[in-house]
Design a binder for this molecule. Structure first.
Ligand code: PHE
Length: 452
């Protein structure tokens, strides 16, 4: 096994690969709809505060853990302490659950990309378009199959490097397009500035425990934390690379893209709804309902819309590839099967869960798990339950079993660890208490015992 463990070439190689995994639909699709729903400015504030304390410390811990053990997550915990082997198994479960429904949303992206290419912009800009599309039984499943099929093909042919190269070009274009769309909305649309105020100015009366629960789940999701991915990335990282600096770069990039995506969508929601705040709470469909309206209002909008969705597709693919890679290597390790067989197994399992997620919006719309549709349930189960459990176990493990010193030593192989006091305090005290509160409250809400 050891001999197969290759390393990233150079500094930028590591940062780019990790950023490619981190930046995806989580930033562009998930962040804006959560920010819109959970109070705008207050959500943004909580998110950024968590990101520079929590996200920073957890990402450092995971990468250092991987580099220290040179093992993937499923074995890293157990190799250091047998009692923590279960964490490895739990965090392997997260990408297994995320990959299928992530690919369903990837399918929505492809459908919209195709819609702009074929000039259906005006049709897609109608309020009811997205929901009636989701209500169709077969078509969304076909787009899902195409998305996950492409992901599997890339993993099978081993051409991830090629995709990463293309996405190095696509990412800057995507960011440029987002900035352009933001500027266009703010300059031409009445009411858009109210959205900027809503998004940037924290309204403390909108704060609730749910704001923190949602922000933390989003942080894990967006930074690909609490699911072993960063441990695996760390296991490939060379000793000459500075962990602290790399983490800061990944964080700035990931949070920056999410921030811009929010600025692209929330003001537009205000402009199109005439300031009606109910439009903010629509959830997962927000981006798919709002963006076509902007493109429809813009000269050359079909072209820009098509270009935009092509870039989003690339960002989504670099994330889905890293999700699938992780699951494939876990199955190879655990089931002692070859790579091709493992890809087939993962594909088969994902098809099943993905089809269920898709049908949850159409044929099985009446079926609810804990009051949620299948896709929302999978999202909730991984982000609000499994990830906090994994994160809690990780901080307890690093804080009290392995001890922060072991991580600090790994980080300090090259240069002093500037924020080591913050790191130790967060890992040992702040994080365990906060995650525990969050975990308990999300369990209580899910079972309808309290509403927060
Ligand atoms: N972080 C990715 C995103 O924001 C999603 C993802 C999660 C990718 C886990 C890989 C692993 O879209």
């Amino acid at each position: 096994m050891e001999s197969k463990r290759s390393s990233f070439t150079g500094k930028l190689g590591f940062v780019l690969a990790a950023a490619g995994s981190a930046v995806g639909l989580g930033n562009i699709w998930r962040f804006p709809y959560l920010a819109a729903k959970y109070g705008g400015g207050i959500f943004l504030l909580v998110y950024i505060a968590l990101s520079v304390t929590f996200g920073f410390s957890l990402m450092i811990a995971e990468i250092a853990l991987g580099r220290k053990t040179k093992l993937s997550a499923i074995r890293a915990y157990g190799s250091l302490d047998k009692r923590f082997s279960f964490v490895g198994i739990l965090c392997s479960l997260v990408p297994v659950i995320i990959l299928p429904y992530y690919s369903v949303i990837g399918g929505w992206v492809m459908k919209y990309m195709f819609g702009f290419i074929t000039g259906k912009t005006a049709e897609m800009a109608q309020d009811t378009y997205f929901n009636s599309y989701l209500g169709i039984t077969v078509e969304p499943i076909l787009w899902f199959l195409l998305f996950i099929g492409i992901t599997a093909l890339i993993v099978l042919l081993g051409v991830e490097k090629g995709v990463e190269k293309i996405s190095k070009i696509m990412m800057p274009i995507l960011i440029g397009l987002i900035v352009f769309i933001v500027a266009y909305t703010l300059i031409t649309m009445d009411g858009a500035w109210d959205g900027v105020v809503y998004y940037l100015k924290p309204d403390f009366s909108k704060f609730s425990l749910m704001t923190v629960v949602a922000a933390m789940g989003q942080l894990f999701y967006s930074m690909s934390l609490a699911m072993g991915i960063m441990i695996t990335f760390g296991s490939y990282m060379k000793k000459e690379i500075n962990i602290e600096k790399s983490v800061k770069q990944i964080e700035v990039f990931d949070t920056g893209v999410a921030f811009l995506a929010g600025l692209m969508i929330i003001p537009a929601v205000f402009a199109f709804s005439g300031g009606n705040e109910a439009a903010l709470g629509q959830g997962p469909g927000l981006m798919f309902v709002t963006l076509p309206k902007i493109f429809d209002a813009m000269p050359g909008g079909s072209f820009i819309g098509a270009a935009f969705f092509v870039m989003v597709l690339f960002a989504a693919l670099t994330s889905s590839i890293s999700l699938m890679e992780t699951v494939v290597s876990i199955f190879m390790d655990k089931l002692k099967i070859g790579r091709k067989v493992s890809i087939l197994v993962v594909l088969g399992g994902s098809l099943l869960l993905g089809v269920v997620s898709s049908l949850g919006y159409s044929a099985w719309a009446d079926v609810k798990v804990l009051g949620m549709q299948f896709l929302d349930f999978f999202d909730f189960f991984s982000n609000s339950l499994l990830m906090p459990i994994v994160a809690l176990a990780t901080v307890i493990f690093v804080g009290f079993i392995l001890k922060p010193k072991a991580i600090i030593e790994e980080v300090e192989l090259l240069e002093p660890f500037k924020f080591k006091k913050l790191f130790t305090a967060v890992i040992r005290f702040v994080a365990p208490v906060c995650i525990l509160i969050i975990l308990v409250s999300s369990i209580l809400t899910a079972f309808g015992i309290v509403s927060i």
